[in-house]
Design a protein around this ligand. Structure first.
Ligand code: KMH
Ligand code: ZN
Length: 309
């Protein structure tokens, strides 16, 4: 029997900006509604960032997370995953603050420093709603997303050891798998762990099917049966790469964090719409979607009764 497919939905992220889509969740209520809607559509895991409710800028303040985390927990049983990527340019302390405070079942952990170029998107828009948007995008021309070995170790200790939070390990390139293997071999990461392979971010590995197959083969060589793998791809590659992952026995991620579209030239009107689309594809392939309970067991999560929100 093939394993059921874990769908992660990343509902807002810290990359797209309000001008790009009227459907991007901004306020705590919008983020909560988007998360619950995605869960009802079949999302197993919800990956969360916060934004300033007035400007939509990525924001690390606890009082914002506080307004949506309990609401989502009460409104659905999906696994809640708090980002430690935060918003590009945030300090290490800002990035870990929410996860360290609310002790979620899962958090993201980016396993390599890299160029992270979202500046090409700035050319596509005029009439920005907020001044910060083009400045934020354009600063990534001269920006490195820092995830040093010390940063990774800090998060593994602070969150992993202290809180029992487990991770969505974001791997944007082949070398990141080897960074992860270093910590696995040191005994700092215990199986079963969850590897999110990220394709199509400018600065990371391109959205080329050969790369997906190769990264999967290398991960198999490094980690054997000890891990679960998932795929996300930016923009128009989101659905094709998610589909390929499901076909190869992997899991996948959708959501407006990674793509604002439902198909070429058409904005997705909600996160739930993207989840429904990929769910239909998965079921059309004769596969099933993993329930949160199945994923909790497969990923050895501590359980919702042990979070602090
Ligand atoms: N935005 C994705 C490409 C994080 O939140 O830690 C990666 C991501 C990072 O989700
Ligand atoms: Zn994220």
């Amino acid at each position: 029997m093939p394993k059921s497919v874990i769908i992660t939905c990343a509902v807002t992220g810290g990359i797209h900006t309000p001008t790009m889509s009227p459907y991007l969740p901004i306020t705590p209520d919008q983020i909560a509604d988007a998360a619950i809607g995605a869960s009802e559509a079949g999302a197993t895991i919800i990956h969360l960032h916060a934004r300033n409710p007035e400007t939509g800028k990525p924001d690390s303040r606890l009082e914002i997370f506080e307004q949506f985390l309990p609401k989502i927990k009460d409104g659905c049983d999906s696994i809640l995953n708090i980002s430690t990527g935060g918003g590009l340019g945030m300090s290490r302390e800002q990035r870990i603050l929410a996860a360290n405070t609310f002790s979620p079942e899962m958090a993201s952990l980016n396993v390599g420093s890299m160029n992270f170029g979202i500046f090409p998107m700035a050319e596509k828009y005029d009439n920005w709603q907020h001044e910060w948007e083009p400045a934020f995008l354009n600063m990534t021309q001269d920006f490195i997303f820092p995830n040093t070995f010390a940063d990774i170790e800090f998060i593994l200790k602070e969150l992993g050891e202290t809180h029992g939070t487990r991770f969505e390990f974001e791997c944007y390139d082949l070398g990141h798998l080897y960074n992860l293997a270093y910590f696995v071999n040191k005994g700092m990461i215990k199986p079963p762990f969850f590897v999110q392979m990220v394709f199509g971010v400018l600065g990371g590995v391109g959205a080329d099917l050969d790369n997906l197959v190769h990264m999967h083969n290398v991960a198999n060589k490094l980690f054997g049966d000890d891990y679960e793998w998932s795929v996300l791809a930016a923009g128009r590659h989101q659905m094709p790469f998610g589909t390929q992952s499901a076909m190869l026995g992997g899991n996948l991620r959708v959501g407006l964090e990674d793509s604002l579209y439902i198909r070429r030239g058409e904005l997705a009107t909600s996160n739930a719409q993207q989840v429904t689309q990929i769910r239909n594809i998965i079921e059309g392939l004769g596969l099933t979607v993993a329930t949160p309970a199945e994923a909790r067991e497969r990923l050895a999560l501590k359980g919702v009764e042990h979070v602090s929100f």
